[in-house]
Design a protein around this ligand. Sequence first.
Ligand code: 13P
Length: 251
Amino acid sequence: MRRKLLLGNWKMNKLASEAREFAINARPLAELAKKHQIDLGVAPTYLSLAATKEAASKDMIVAAQNCHFKESGAYTGEVSIPMLKEFGIDWVIIGHSERRAYDNETNLKCHDKMAALFANNMVPVYCVGETLQEFEEGRTKEVVGTQIREGLAGFTSEDVKHLVVAYEPVWSIGTGKNASSEIAQDICKFVRDVMREMLGDVADEIRVLYGGSVKPVNVKEYLSCPDVDGALVGGASLKIDSYTELLNNIL
Ligand code: 13P
């Protein structure tokens, strides 16, 4: 049984003081989610991780939005996995399309980061998805298939047992232009099929999320799809009211 997962990606939003206030207000939600077998979390900026983690319910997942694959060294501006672990952070978003677009995050880089996370018993949320042009050219499965095959190349079924994958079509992120639930189901199932080919039956235990303009009004429809195990939510996760509604609408 794959537990449902609702994860807010705050991107470059919220001061640490605002993140902390949100975490305090979200304490009862984390408990409510747990009662309903749903995992609930947020991914603040690096600078807000400590404040969020400290203020949040212990049942709330607090994820980083990125990490470096090396433990330490001459990598100006980067943050390593041991640095995250020191603050009790063990979930990390990897390969978000904004990082792929603006920071040259390649499938290979994502692979190295996930290898380091698996070695540290941490949970990557590996993001995949096609651009508008690739979608219009009918290349979604080719692009997403390559992202999965290259990103997860060489891992064992033991490595990936805590992996989470998020399918986020780039054209639906922050645009209000939703992928239909049929598209979300089709591509999330495709992701699982590719993982089954590569890794065997463990693919049925790996959670696959949908992300891209998920709102309180459509979250239930996505989560009703058999291969969509949750949502990675940007804009609608920023305000406690709409975050609360997202959860309430899938209970
Ligand atoms: P929006 O929900 O704002 O479209 O963002 C989706 C996203 O990129 C989550 O990682």
